[in-house]
Design a protein around this ligand. Structure first.
Ligand code: ZN
Length: 297
């Protein structure tokens, strides 16, 4: 039975939900503390009331103050919460990523600030997405493939970086930036992300040869792409090809160039969106919810 994917919010809906700075702070307070919570100082169940001229709320009994932005990326910036919410919205509603230049232009901050905001949001997307293993003997087949992202550096040298992608059919993707594509690195990365007993489909690339012999019970189906073989029975590589399409449109189209030390963070961003593709309406709130609770990876 086919279920329809719910739609994510529109910009209009976001603006209606968060019309003011105050409404953003109130929402953050509700996310962190709920309507009532036990006061850390007087130990009584308390409602919290807004303290004027500060980003804080105080306990109805003892006046103890809580700061909803404490420990979040919002705490130490002069950027308004509305602007933060807007940029987070952009990240959860785009397909191809959000360039810092665009953020700079649209909310009127310096490029450096815009870039830092984007980097933090990406890190939190990685945190929300998590690192759960995929596949397994009772899971769906996992399609594994390499891609090369990036182009040439400023000196005109080839600057492509190796990414290993693993996607469980109908499920989640894991994408990892690898230092090279030797069999040892591939095997280690696959073992860290695929449950034992997984069914694997890949092309005939040399470094994938080891996957069926790792002692983890992987059943490996090899497609000989060079000979025009794109599927075997139900085995195919369509899902991972779909992910590569999105990633390359984003990296090549929006981000133009990505330095090696930041590539994994960009991969986390695309992973998050892909893995949330059936729940676009939840992306924004999940992201917001993660801010106070996490150390971004
Ligand atoms: Zn109190």
């Amino acid at each position: 039975m086919e279920t329809k994917t719910p739609k994510g919010p529109t910009l209009r809906q976001l603006q209606a939900r968060f019309p003011t700075e105050e409404s953003c702070l109130e929402h953050l307070k509700m996310v962190r503390y709920g309507a009532k919570h036990t006061c850390a100082k007087c130990d009584r169940e308390a409602k919290y009331y807004r303290v004027k001229a500060r980003r804080s709320y105080e306990c109805e009994h003892c006046g103890y103050q809580v700061y909803p932005t404490a420990g979040t990326p919002f705490e130490k910036t002069r950027t308004s919460l509305r602007d933060w919410f807007y940029v987070m919205f952009l990240f959860t509603s785009t397909r191809n990523g959000v360039a810092a230049k665009r953020v700079q232009r649209e909310i009127g901050v310096t490029y450096k600030t815009a870039w830092r905001m984007c980097k933090l949001i990406r890190q939190y997307m990685g945190y929300v997405d998590g690192d759960d293993m995929i596949g397994g003997a009772d899971g769906q087949p996992v399609q594994i493939d390499h891609a090369f992202v990036g182009g040439v550096d400023k000196q005109g040298h080839d600057d492509k970086k190796v990414v290993l992608g693993m996607v469980e059919e109908g499920g989640n993707v894991v994408a990892r930036h690898l230092p090279n594509r030797r069999g040892g690195i591939v095997a280690k990365t696959v073992a860290a992300n695929l449950k034992p007993g997984s069914r694997i489909t890949s092309d005939a690339e040399h470094s994938f040869g080891v996957l069926g012999y790792m002692g983890r019970g992987y059943q490996h189906t090899i497609l000989n792409n060079d000979a025009g073989q794109w599927s075997r029975g139900t085995a195919n590589n369509n899902s991972i090809e779909g992910f590569w399409g999105m990633l390359k449109r984003g990296i090549n189209g929006t981000y133009i160039s990505v330095s090696p030390q930041h590539l994994q963070t960009y991969l986390n961003e695309f992973e998050f969106r892909y893995n949330m593709r059936r729940h676009p309406h939840m992306m924004f709130d999940l992201l917001l919810l993660s801010f106070p609770r996490s150390q971004a990876r």
